[in-house]
Write a protein that binds this ligand. Structure first.
Ligand SMILES: NC(=O)c1cc2c(N)ncc(C(N)=O)c2s1
Length: 334
């Protein structure tokens, strides 16, 4: 039967209210671990929105929470060209090579002591997330660094990926708040989820995944987003294609902007003022590697200042202002 315009408008208003409520409560549950309502109450709101969207398909919006639990299967994995190249990083396989890089970098900058930002190197798969006017628009795999695959429908189901940037983060962009931005990070599967997934595979006679990275890659490349939605994937964001619209001057300030925006940012980060402090961070990270609920394969050391990063620039393959200090492969306790 045809529905009156008034009924449609009422449905549109209620749908917008439900989208806002679901985003708010999901953020409290997944990011703050401080839910205000019961899971049953949350599911009731979700079912109401799903019913409204079923009755009025034109009310389905890309950022609607209903798309997180896996929406329709559209043409997935279409090729996507990144806003800017996603570079690799040069490796330092031991402390000598790390010190060689530190010395070479300080010499090139000729600016006395250099401040570095040290972060954990997450063993997952690289993704680029594009936001337009503060709303999630697209997600792509790293691919060859220039072109990746569109995995938007699957990434939308990852609960710690925000569908909207916070007003604080947009305000920080000032007049550039309408400029599209492409943030980069890693999708990973927590170790606990990996164990559970392989137990399920065993029980169902399917082959287990070799490691969490393969499990994350396999889960992200699922044709059906409903399957991805059940794989408990997570993210850590740590870079951006172009820093200019964010009005931040250093990696450390940029990570604070990412947190304010609502992204999941790894808490184990430190600004190091001397090579000795860089060594200390690397030793600590290696010592606590097995306590983490995700795999890491080293430490990423970056020159903190964006001006100094620009002075150093890139080789054909990698930035001169960053190095990956690699850990030996972790001996697995089976
Ligand atoms: N290939 C790359 O440029 C990077 C790769 C990674 C990684 N796997 N984990 C963390 C960081 C980081 N915090 O910068 C980077 S940067």
């Amino acid at each position: 039967e045809t529905t009156s315009a008034a009924e449609h408008d009422a449905a549109a208003e209620r749908a917008a209210e439900l989208r806002h409520l679901l985003d708010y409560h999901a953020y409290r549950y997944y990011m703050l671990d401080a839910p205000e309502i019961t899971d049953a109450a949350f599911d009731k709101l979700l079912v109401e929105l799903q019913q409204l969207e079923a009755a009025y398909p034109d009310l389905v919006t890309p950022d609607s929470y209903t798309q997180r639990v896996g929406g329709y299967v559209s043409e997935q994995f279409a090729p996507v060209t990144h806003m800017a190249r996603m570079y690799s990083m040069d490796d330092a396989m031991n402390l000598e090579e790390l010190d060689e890089w530190l010395r070479r970098t300080e010499e090139a900058l000729g600016a006395g002591h250099v401040v570095y930002t040290c972060e954990l190197k997450i063993d997952g798969l690289g993704v680029a997330l594009t936001y337009q006017n503060g709303a999630f628009a697209r997600a792509a795999t790293r691919g060859d660094g220039t072109t990746g695959e569109d995995v938007s429908l699957n990434v939308r189901t990852i609960r710690d990926v925000p569908m909207h940037l916070s007003e604080t983060a947009l305000a920080h962009m000032g007049a550039d708040r309408g400029t599209p931005i492409e943030v980069r990070g890693e999708v990973y599967m927590p170790k606990g989820s990996f164990v559970r997934l392989n137990e399920e595979a065993d029980a169902e006679g399917r082959d287990p995944f070799a490691n969490p990275r393969n499990a994350a890659a396999g889960s992200l490349r699922q044709k059906d987003p409903k399957v991805t939605a059940r794989r408990d994937l997570s993210t850590f964001l740590y870079a951006v294609a172009d820093t200019a619209p964010l009005h931040v001057g250093s990696q450390h300030e940029f990570l604070a902007w990412l947190r304010d925006a609502g992204f999941s940012v790894n808490p184990n980060v430190a600004r190091c003022n001397t090579p000795a402090e860089v060594h200390e961070f690397c030793a600590e990270a290696l010592a606590h590697r097995s306590d983490l609920d995700y795999d890491i394969d080293g430490v990423v050391v970056k020159v903190d200042s964006f001006d100094q990063q620009n002075d150093l620039g890139f080789t054909a393959r990698a930035p001169r202002w960053a190095i990956a200090f690699k850990f030996p492969p972790e001996e697995k306790t089976t």
